[in-house]
Write a protein that binds this ligand. Structure first.
Ligand code: ZN
Length: 260
């Protein structure tokens, strides 16, 4: 049997008090990873989403160890708790398995272009780290998403050209995707992932037809979605094997600088 090679570059662990999270523990994830030939994953935890980097991030250090070095993790920067987060992140950058930073402007209620994000971008720039961010389209049923539309990140993308930014969810199910495509084509340091329920018709084809396959990462958004949902889309899209390998593995290695 060949060694598993796939990397799931966007998922979450542990229960979330705001959303129902079926089977969100590491043991469930590892079972799925083994079943689906997923070698590595890059995760964040839900406690950190609410409180910022702190206890949650320290727990992820154990997750990396318990997973035998398979599940890497990101430190969440909560702009409402900036100083405390940066203190923990400064320690965590030296921990095994630490793979970068995460921001979520719509969840934290502070627009992506606000000055309060500057410390985390500066830190990423100084430590050669990637930032993963939630990105979405303007939404009438969820107005907070306007805080995370892709164009709002541009001032920092432009200012910190050595920071690899992953605009997650491909900008969501609307105009956000066009903005993601524009930013990726304009800036070398911008990437996207397909995590989540972006079940638009021919999403992968529309991305591979507009941007380089070097810029697209596979992600599931486990535990809300079984990795097979997005894995199948990459496997079934008509593309050459080298592009598929980049999306399912190589780009994550490059962006998050994680192990083989
Ligand atoms: Zn997510």
């Amino acid at each position: 049997m060949s060694t598993p090679r796939i990397i799931d570059a966007h998922l979450h662990l542990d229960p979330n008090s705001k959303f129902y999270t079926p089977e969100p523990q590491l043991k469930h994830l590892l079972k799925l990873m083994d079943r689906l030939s997923i070698r590595h994953a890059v995760c964040t935890d839900h406690l950190s989403m609410y409180e910022g980097a702190g206890e949650g991030l320290r727990n992820l250090k154990s997750v990396y160890e318990e997973s035998g070095g398979r599940v890497y993790y990101l430190g969440v920067y909560h702009p409402g708790r900036a100083a405390a987060c940066m203190k923990t992140i400064e320690e965590a950058v030296l921990w095994p398995g630490f793979a970068g930073l995460k921001i979520h402007p719509s969840f934290h209620g502070i627009s992506a272009d606000a000055p309060v994000y500057d410390p985390v971008w500066k830190f990423a720039s100084e430590h050669d780290l990637a930032i993963l961010t939630h990105s979405w389209s303007v939404s009438d049923y969820n107005p907070a998403q306007t805080l995370s539309t892709p164009g709002k990140f541009e001032r920092y993308i432009d200012k910190y050209r050595n920071v690899r930014l992953v605009l997650a969810h491909a900008g969501g199910r609307g105009n956000g995707r066009h903005e993601v495509i524009r930013l990726i084509n304009q800036y070398e340091n911008v990437y996207t992932d397909i995590a989540g329920d972006i079940f638009c018709y021919r999403l992968i084809e529309s991305l591979t037809g507009s941007i380089s396959p070097d810029k697209i990462l596979f992600g599931s958004d486990f535990p809300w979605l079984d990795p097979r949902a997005n894995l199948a889309r990459v496997m079934l899209t008509d593309m050459d094997n080298s592009s598929r390998e980049k999306i399912l593995r190589e780009n994550a290695l490059k962006v998050y600088k994680i192990g083989k």
